[in-house]
Write a protein that binds this ligand. Structure first.
Ligand SMILES: Cc1cc2nc3c(=O)[nH]c(=O)nc-3n(C[C@H](O)[C@H](O)[C@H](O)COP(=O)(O)OP(=O)(O)OC[C@H]3O[C@@H](n4cnc5c(N)ncnc54)[C@H](O)[C@@H]3O)c2cc1C
Ligand SMILES: *[C@@H]1O[C@H](CO)[C@@H](O)[C@H](O)[C@H]1NC(C)=O
Ligand SMILES: *[C@@H]1O[C@H](CO)[C@@H](O)[C@H](O)[C@H]1NC(C)=O
Ligand SMILES: *[C@@H]1O[C@H](CO)[C@@H](O)[C@H](O)[C@H]1NC(C)=O
Ligand SMILES: *[C@@H]1O[C@H](CO)[C@@H](O)[C@H](O)[C@H]1NC(C)=O
Ligand SMILES: *[C@@H]1O[C@H](CO)[C@@H](O)[C@H](O)[C@H]1NC(C)=O
Length: 625
């Protein structure tokens, strides 16, 4: 699958840096009003939002609904006005101008390989560049957040916000009929949310065989997964509008409120630090123009109500650490004055590490995904269809997933859980973890091991969209990574360590997933396609050989990095309370994916719309007149 290639092979610099970035077509002139430069900045705003990415724009929109409150967004990236960025093909092309250039330290669990790391740097953030696969986790995922000590953050607390953020359009009736696409809009979706979700105009016929094979294996087939039942096999919409243009934080939450005079954005500026009063109230931030060297002039901007950190999994912990909130040992080493010792800042990093399984089909149906490359007649027809925004080119990264539970996947599930239960947690965690971090992890592990024995939540995601290759991602890792300040250069990219596969349970689960995927390809239904395995390869059969394949093939990330400044009780290494306020100070909150305590079994975009919508409500509720 094309989308898998990018995470596995790293960034592909497909387009040169483009002059488009700062050029404004005349239709956008109205929007430009809200963009301020350094001279136009006021000394203070009610709310200052650090990061105009996905969650930052959602929160900025909601807070500026009250015309009496002024809101400033500070964004390191720029506007991307390239129309190609809205097409389905953008789902696999990450333009370097829109991304931070960062990778992990060598990963011992991956035989010392270095992994890419994905963090968007553009107005709209991840939602501007991502694959547009728009699914949600199982209810059990969010219920675990609540059980960890975060009242209000279970699935029932989040569903209203999932609904508020999204507007669903049913698939084309004949396509739904032919392919058996099912949904329950009433149960899962609202009716006028800013983000559009729908299905493409086309599907590959081979997928019908694949669906039949899942049913034959006994995987539950969900009518609607987005209302809490995201396990088994299910259909997933794409977050695009009905002309298959990207529907994202900018189009949904920023562009439509052009008339608001109380909402401003400054782009091409980095937030350096949050500054505190003697009473540890977050008073202001300092910002510095992008591209200027360390020590260049900065500007400070005050917040009368609150500073909201939305700089993403990579930079929210970095800004906190630079500002004196973080693990004491790290700040000591960096020579930064400690304001609050918060060992959770930059700990608890989680992602969906990914491998794949590949087959070739000797008797594939036609057309199939490779027809676009091998059959000139078909390719020409597809290109012609796309002129009317129809046909195969409306397909993004795919619309079907299978996310089996561990009991479904493996007859050995009880022994995998038993082995994990007796692990010495501290030995398998980052060496920088304190006893508080370890306690926090053990609380998560207790919840995760319960989930591992359930049938209503999945542990591995298997993608399928009619091709012969499926990615297998580890949805419920027990390994934990870190994001730590570069102690010699606080403004260099932080040091990212995913610690992928450090916990052997993660490898055990991936080995079971490969065996399970093989059973899927071996079903009666699949015989129609005459599949033969190309990867890992038919000679890789023992658990030990499969584990070795996992180690050499796994990538650390599917760009779902999260958890690096988690919401949890403070004695469990939490950084923010269930109200999203940073512990130990006042006037400072977090609204981005860093706050997710445990990664859900889903691509993270839809979840972050719901989280940011809820964050905005919490922030509004405490606003002072
Ligand atoms: C390449 C890629 C593909 C993905 N594919 C999918 C997918 O198909 N489906 C899905 O559901 N999810 C996908 N995701 C994940 C999803 O898009 C992200 O989890 C989500 O957008 C994160 O939102 P956020 O608000 O936490 O952070 P972001 O949207 O990343 O926003 C953070 C913003 O802060 C800015 N910033 C950082 N530091 C500073 C600073 N110091 N000062 C000022 N600004 C700063 C950044 O420039 C950025 O714009 C993908 C993500 C990526 C990157
Ligand atoms: C990213 O960083 C690497 C190593 O520091 C460098 O070689 C490369 O040119 C950078 N890429 C871009 C697009 O800036
Ligand atoms: C929501 O989707 C419906 C169905 O396609 C459409 O008619 C309606 O205009 C959309 N509403 C918004 C607010 O986008
Ligand atoms: C190529 O595509 C055309 C148009 O879809 C189709 O009629 C033809 O059978 C295809 N050829 C092959 C070899 O599959
Ligand atoms: C920290 O930043 C400096 C300066 O950019 C760089 O030379 C060094 O390699 C970085 N340290 C690490 C561990 O990446
Ligand atoms: C499997 O076959 C491949 C290709 O022939 C070979 O490189 C590999 O070493 C074999 N692996 C095992 C475990 O036999």
């Amino acid at each position: 699958m094309a989308w898998l290639k990018a995470p596995l092979l790293g960034l592909t610099p497909l387009l040169a840096l483009s002059g488009v970035v700062n050029a404004y077509p005349s239709t956008l002139l109205a929007l430009r009003d809200r963009e301020v430069n350094a001279e136009q900045l006021q000394a203070s705003y009610d709310y200052v939002i650090v990061g105009g990415g996905q969650s930052g724009l959602v929160i900025a929109n909601r807070l500026s609904e009250d015309p009496s409150k002024s809101v400033l967004v500070v964004e390191y990236g720029y506007f991307d006005n390239n129309p190609a960025q809205l097409d389905p093909s953008s789902a696999v092309n990450y333009r370097p101008i829109n991304m931070f250039n960062v990778s992990s330290v060598p990963q011992p669990g991956l035989g010392g390989r270095v992994s890419g790391a994905f963090a968007a740097s553009v107005v709209g953030g991840g939602s501007t560049v991502n694959g547009m696969m728009f699914d949600r986790g199982a209810a059990d995922d969010y219920d675990n957040w609540e059980k960890l000590g975060n009242p209000g953050w279970g699935f029932s607390g989040l569903l209203p916000y999932f609904k508020k953020s999204t507007n669903f359009t049913a698939p084309r009736a004949d396509l739904a009929e032919e392919y058996g696409i099912t949904w329950d809009a009433k149960k899962a979706y609202g009716t006028n949310g800013p983000i559009q979700a729908t299905f493409p105009d086309w599907l590959w016929p081979t997928i019908k065989v694949q669906w039949k094979a899942w049913a034959e294996l006994g995987v539950p087939i969900q009518k609607e997964a987005a209302a809490g039942d995201a396990y088994g096999a299910f259909w997933v919409p794409t977050n695009n509008d009905q002309t298959y243009r990207r529907s994202y934080a900018r189009s949904g939450y920023y562009d439509p409120v052009a008339s608001r005079k109380n909402l401003k954005i400054i782009t091409g500026y980095r937030t350096n630090e949050v500054l505190f009063s003697a009473k540890k109230h977050a008073e202001s931030i300092t910002i510095q123009e992008r591209g200027t060297p360390n020590g260049a002039p900065t500007i400070s901007v005050k917040a009368k109500q609150e500073i909201v950190l939305c700089a993403g999994w990579l930079h929210t912990p970095q800004v906190l650490q630079r500002s004196g909130l973080g693990p004491k040992d790290l700040l000591d080493e960096a020579g930064i004055k400690l304001i609050v010792d918060l060992p959770g800042v930059g700990a608890n990093l989680q992602d969906h590490a990914v491998t794949s399984i590949g087959y070739s089909y000797a008797t594939d149906l036609s057309p199939n995904p490779s027809s676009l490359y091998t059959n000139a007649t078909f390719a020409a027809w597809a290109a012609e269809q796309w002129l009317d925004r129809k046909g195969p080119l409306s397909v993004g990264v795919g619309n079907s997933l299978s996310v089996p539970s561990l009991p479904q996947m493996s007859p050995n599930y009880k022994s995998i859980i038993a082995k994990a239960q007796v692990q010495n947690a501290a030995k398998l965690l980052p060496s920088t973890y304190t006893s508080v971090n370890v306690k926090g992890f053990v609380a998560q592990r207790d919840l995760l091991l319960k989930t591992f024995s359930k049938r209503n939540n999945g542990v591995v995601e298997i993608t399928f969209s009619g091709g012969g290759t499926s990615s297998l991602s580890n949805e419920k890792p027990l390994s934990r990574g870190t994001v730590r300040l570069n102690t010699t250069d606080h403004y260099a990219e932080p040091i990212v360590d995913f610690n992928t596969l450090i916990n052997p349970t993660d490898t055990d689960i991936m080995v079971e997933s490969l065996k399970f995927a093989r059973k899927w390809f071996a079903t009666e239904a699949m015989k129609q396609l005459s599949p033969s395995e190309t990867s890992p390869g038919v000679n890789i059969t023992s658990d030990a050989d499969l584990a070795a394949y996992v180690v050499r093939s796994m990538g650390s990330t599917t760009a779902h990095s999260s958890g690096s400044a988690a919401m949890a009780p403070r004695h469990l290494a939490g950084v923010v309370s269930p109200e999203l306020l940073v512990y130990g100070v006042t006037g400072l909150s977090i609204g981005d994916i860093s706050l997710i305590p445990m990664i859900p079994s889903t691509h993270t975009c839809a979840t972050m719309y719901a989280v940011a919508e809820k964050a905005a409500d919490l922030i509004k509720k405490r606003s002072r007149k």
